[in-house]
Design a protein around this ligand. Structure first.
Ligand SMILES: [Cu+2]
Length: 349
């Protein structure tokens, strides 16, 4: 029996060692690959870009909309060299859910986990020193102590309850349904870029990553800047719907506490209210193929008047501007068909 157990134990250890070795072998070449890719500017033709009809000349026609310059350190990651502490922490939050979640992390989770870790470390050190063979040659045979067992059952339960209350509250907040008047934006993941459809405004935007040199020339962070941003109004409920045309992507913007999978054949939906105007950067967060790391997200939140100017610059219309309801519905249906056709073309290309 004892031998069988030993064999199982060694078998398990050997399996773990083999898995570890495979893990090292698989992961080792990656840093070299990543560096090689980061160093080189990505050629434009690698990413298919589809220009929706009427988009090219519309910007010149209106002229009222100017892309917003990003604020350094806002809505983007911080470099370790710039601010070591901030680079290891969450980004500043610009939604109420984000502020709530960050508060929960900073004031509940982090203190609790720090106290528990230090307490366990202290216990271990005490046991190692006090009950080592030299100091305690004749060990006690005690195996049970009712009082201690009750304490180490009750205390963790209390800690879990303390964590569960804000945790479930946060979950419920994130499931809140957007109100009827919310602005709908459908983010569609493609291999490897994003498309943003505004069914209420009759606008579609295709968003590709800028090359490093273009991004830096724009005063934007490299690998996060895009040619066409997802422009949204600030301070009003947004109905963000995500889906994908080919494989699973994930629409994620850390400073807006927003991450939602974009799954082919499924429409996921979550409400988003951005508190401050600004440019907020994110990335696809579901491994989706060779250029997964090169399909960034840039959300530009503008006051309503400027958002209206942007819609006009894209050749769209604000909802309510057109009186005919039936016509609008027909158009939306046609647009979806067109988007599907485009997706098929992209997949075929
Ligand atoms: Cu992706």
């Amino acid at each position: 029996m004892g031998q069988a157990l030993d064999r199982m134990k060694y078998g398990f250890l050997a399996l773990m060692a083999a898995l570890l070795a495979i893990g090292i072998a698989v992961s080792a070449p990656q840093p070299a690959f990543a560096q090689a890719t980061v160093g080189a500017d990505v050629p434009d033709e690698a990413a298919p870009r589809e220009v929706p009809a009427g988009e090219t000349d519309a910007v010149d026609a209106a002229g009222a909309y100017e892309p917003m310059a990003p604020t350094d350190g806002k809505g983007m990651p911080t470099a370790f060299e710039e601010d070591a502490l901030k680079s290891m922490h969450f980004q500043d939050q610009y939604t109420q859910d984000g502020a709530y979640a960050l508060g929960m992390h900073d004031y509940i989770l982090l203190p609790v986990i720090t106290i528990i870790s230090l307490f366990v470390l202290a216990l271990l050190l005490f046991v190692i020193v006090r009950f080592r063979r030299g100091a305690n040659p004749d060990p006690s045979q005690t195996t049970h102590n009712t009082l201690i067992e009750v304490i180490w059952t009750i205390v963790p339960v209390v800690i879990l309850v303390i964590i569960a209350v804000p945790s479930i509250t946060l979950l419920a907040r994130q499931y809140e349904t957007p109100p009827e008047e919310a602005v709908t934006i459908k983010a569609v993941g493609y291999q490897w870029y994003w498309g943003y459809e505004y069914p209420d405004h009759d606008v579609e935007v295709i968003s590709n990553m800028l090359s490093d040199s273009d991004a830096i020339a724009n005063g934007e962070p490299a690998k996060l800047a895009v040619d066409n941003r997802m422009v949204v109004p600030v301070g009003v409920p947004l109905r963000i719907q995500t889906t994908a045309a080919d494989v699973i992507h994930s629409f994620a913007v850390p400073s807006l506490w927003f991450k939602q999978d974009a799954v082919p054949g499924r429409l996921n939906e979550r409400m988003l209210i951005i508190e401050e105007p600004g440019v907020y950067y994110g990335q696809c967060s579901e491994l989706c193929g060779a250029r997964h790391g090169f399909m960034p997200i840039a959300v530009e939140a503008l006051p309503m008047a400027q958002f209206e100017a942007w819609v006009a610059s894209q050749g769209g219309t604000m909802p309510g501007a057109e009186p005919a309801e039936a016509e609008a519905t027909d158009e939306a249906g046609a647009d979806e068909g067109a988007a599907e056709d485009e997706a098929e073309e992209a997949a075929a290309a």
